[in-house]
Design a protein around this ligand. Structure first.
Ligand code: ADP
Ligand code: MG
Length: 697
């Protein structure tokens, strides 16, 4: 990279710095009030801001603008309009009004709405979200927007996220006053999303219809070497990968995304990028953008970036660790325990609110990470189990124990000793890491490790914010009347003690990947929803609907719509996968086997004529012949099942059928194909093998 990083950083973003230099002071102030305080923007200011943004964008090479939004499809959406406007004398000028900045009107009817469309109309609106900065990319000005229906129902992922952030801020500000924080006026949830991905050669990708159509390999025998040597994690970067990563960093930095960490991950061909954390809203937008940039930069290097949760069977899939915390406008990280957590009553109360919340709403947390793709990962020895639990680490555990037992815990201040005098000693961290926990405390934040790699992080953060808002407001109701009284501290401790008594079961510091934990969790009464179809129906459970409604995150129809959209998407995903399998099986794999068997048979016949033994050919031909018979039967069965499935009207029943019947037959078909692949010459097998794909870069 030639560029000086501070020079290029955020050079394509209309951020605070640019606003300050380009806008007159009074306009800047008014806009800032909108950004920070949510005050509505008057049209005169909007016009002025729009014109300034346009001038800036045109200087950056933009000819178009687009309202950029996150519909329920799972990807982002954009429609580009040029700034161009005709003049009276038949010439063109570049024009951009406040109205076009603030509001757009895309036809909502072609986006998933989960039935909201039937009750309202097709009309949808995009509205500028000034809390996320505009940016220029590929000749267009991108304006981050929310997407709502004519009647104001959320049709996207950003609207509920913004609603949940406001709910969390409101309740936290009130809660914090109990602990003497009179000056805090805003609390923001923060997120840093570690993004895992695979990189494979484009030439291999182009020869795999399954990767092209579904993002994952539906066939493929395990290679002789997988990840068993642990030789990929943090390994040195191959030149092509290093070049990709360096390019990626530069592109992300230009867009103001603080790409900070890059490394090889556990599976062959797997890597990770982690940005510096930011507010949830910006973090979610930037993660969507980062995924898009990854895919585009990969293509420039003749690579394809796979963001699917499980592109390859037998090696680890990809997740997205959602690091979450809350910070105040006076600079406190509310999940920072400080040096002596036992004395930090505010922190302990928030921690207990989280413990109570995660226990009571474990189903919501679970379903926030549910998708057809992620179902292949959760609970499969590589990712957290489908059971929600929390890891706190030794020190916090001891502190909570002390609260329960009315004793005092003294911080140990241990020094870490390596046993080599020349090396500096350093204070020991108070928490170890637990890679097997779905919800782990990591020193000053929680890491929610279940989220799938391709998922929008909005949903987990919406639910997390709402759950914490609910618990903090419950605590506030109880504690507010006691504020300022002498026994405030002892009353708080009493509250925490009773919370811990009821909700300690959610804390688990052991190995979450072990089969014993599944039994233990069952004994504790923790829910274990193995798949999307098991957890998704709980979205609309009375208790969940209650809090989501209470904080204005979703009304009943919005929530029901979301549940339906997720289930429909689940069914559609598996339907596409099954059809892709059938097509590949019929058009590529089966003909290849039959052709090879025919070759063998011809050889057997010729050898017989001249009296040469053909025992080997006979054995292979018999084996492959039998496999292809079974394969063909499986194709027919799968076809029947898919046809049955698509005719099921009830969304949940349909999803269940796809899981129970269609996926099961897909597994059977795959195992036959994989066995066939192992028994046929490479040159005869029509699609690249796992070895060719994951060891090729
Ligand atoms: P590891 O893989 O060791 O867990 P990484 O450095 O890869 O750690 O990622 C940690 C992530 O946590 C980064 O994105 C970082 O910005 C984020 N993070 C750190 N502090 C906070 C916080 N207060 N709120 C949200 N995210 C945070
Ligand atoms: Mg990491």
């Amino acid at each position: 990279m030639n560029a000086n990083i501070p020079d290029i950083f955020a050079c394509n973003v209309f951020n605070d710095e640019v606003m300050k230099t380009r806008l007159p002071k009074n306009i800047y102030k008014t806009l800032r009030k909108t950004i920070d305080g949510g005050e509505p923007l008057d049209m005169t200011t909007a016009d002025f801001v729009a014109n300034t943004i346009k001038e800036w964008a045109v200087e950056k090479g933009a000819t178009h603008y687009t309202h950029w939004f996150q519909p329920m499809t799972g990807s982002t959406a954009e429609k580009h309009d040029s700034f161009i406007a005709p003049t009276a004398n038949g010439m063109a000028i570049m024009e951009f009004s406040g109205k076009s900045l603030v509001k757009g009107e895309p036809d909502a009817s072609s986006f998933p709405s989960g039935g909201l469309r039937r009750t309202s109309s097709a009309r949808g609106y995009t509205a500028w979200d000034p809390t996320s900065y505009c940016f220029v990319k590929e000749g267009s000005l991108y304006i981050p927007t929310v997407f709502v229906s004519y009647t104001g129902e959320a049709l996207d992922k950003k609207t509920p996220l913004l609603r949940s952030m406001e709910a969390l801020s409101r309740t936290s500000v009130r809660f914090l006053k109990l602990f003497g924080n009179e000056n805090v006026t805003r609390v923001t949830s923060t997120v840093g999303a570690e993004q895992e991905y695979f990189l494979i050669d484009k030439k291999m990708y182009d020869r795999r219809e399954d990767l092209i159509l579904t993002g994952r390999t539906l066939f493929g025998a395990n290679p002789p070497k997988g990840q068993e040597l642990d030789d990929q994690y943090f390994a040195n970067l191959k030149p092509r990968i290093a070049a990709f990563m360096s390019d990626l960093d530069e592109e992300l930095w230009k867009l103001g995304i603080f790409s900070k960490t890059k490394h090889n991950e556990v599976a062959p061909a797997q890597h990770e990028m982690a940005p510096v954390f930011t507010t949830s809203n910006l973090g979610a937008d930037q993660n969507e953008l980062a995924m898009e940039v990854m895919e585009k930069v990969a293509l420039r290097h003749g690579l394809v970036c796979l963001l699917h949760e499980k592109p390859f069977e037998g090696v680890n899939g990809s997740g997205k660790h959602n690091n979450w915390s809350m910070s105040t406008d006076d600079g406190q990280n509310l999940l920072d325990p400080g040096d002596t957590p036992m004395e930090n009553l505010q922190f302990l109360t928030i921690l207990c609110a989280l413990i109570k919340g995660v226990d009571e709403y474990a189903d919501l947390m679970r379903l926030s990470a549910a998708s057809a793709g992620n179902d292949h990962r959760l609970g499969a020895d590589e990712a957290p189990p489908a059971i929600i639990s929390m890891f706190l680490g030794e020190e916090l555990d001891a502190v909570l124990k002390a609260i329960e037992e009315d004793t005092v815990y003294k911080t140990q201040n241990e020094t870490f000793v390596i046993g080599v005098n020349a090396l500096p000693s350093f204070p020991k961290d108070s928490t170890d890491r637990n890679r097997t926990s779905p919800f782990a405390f990591t020193g000053n934040r929680f890491e929610f490790r279940m989220v799938g790699s391709s998922d929008n992080i909005a949903c987990p953060n919406v639910l997390l914010n709402t759950i914490v808002a609910e618990e903090l407001s419950q605590f506030t109701e109880i504690l507010e009347p006691l504020k300022g009284s002498d026994n405030f501290e002892s009353e708080v401790k009493k509250l925490l003690k009773s919370v811990l008594k009821d909700h300690r079961r959610i804390i688990f510091n052991g190995d979450g990947y072990s089969p014993e934990w599944v039994k233990e969790a069952e004994r504790r009464g923790l829910p274990n929803y193995a798949s999307t179809v098991d957890c998704m129906p709980h979205y609309t459970d009375e208790k969940n609907l209650r809090i989501l409604r209470k904080f204005g995150i979703y009304n009943q129809s919005e929530l029901t719509a979301r549940k339906e959209i997720h289930l429909e998407k689940y069914s559609k995903t598996i339907s596409i996968e099954a059809r892709t399998m059938i097509e590949m099986a019929r058009k590529q794999l089966l003909p290849a086997v039959l052709e090879y068997v025919e070759k063998l048979c011809r050889s057997i016949a010729v050898k017989k004529q001249v009296g040469v033994t053909s025992a080997t050919e006979e054995k292979i031909a018999a084996k492959l012949g039998a496999l292809s018979d079974r394969f063909y039967e499986s194709i027919e069965r799968l076809e029947d099942l898919v046809n049955k499935a698509v005719n099921i009207k009830n969304v949940l029943e349909q999803a269940r059928f796809f899981r129970r019947n269609v996926l099961a037959e897909m597994d059977i078909m795959r195992s036959i194909a994989d066995e066939t692949e192992l028994n046929i010459p490479s040159a005869q097998w029509p699609i690249p093998s796992y070895s060719e794909i994951i060891y090729n870069v």
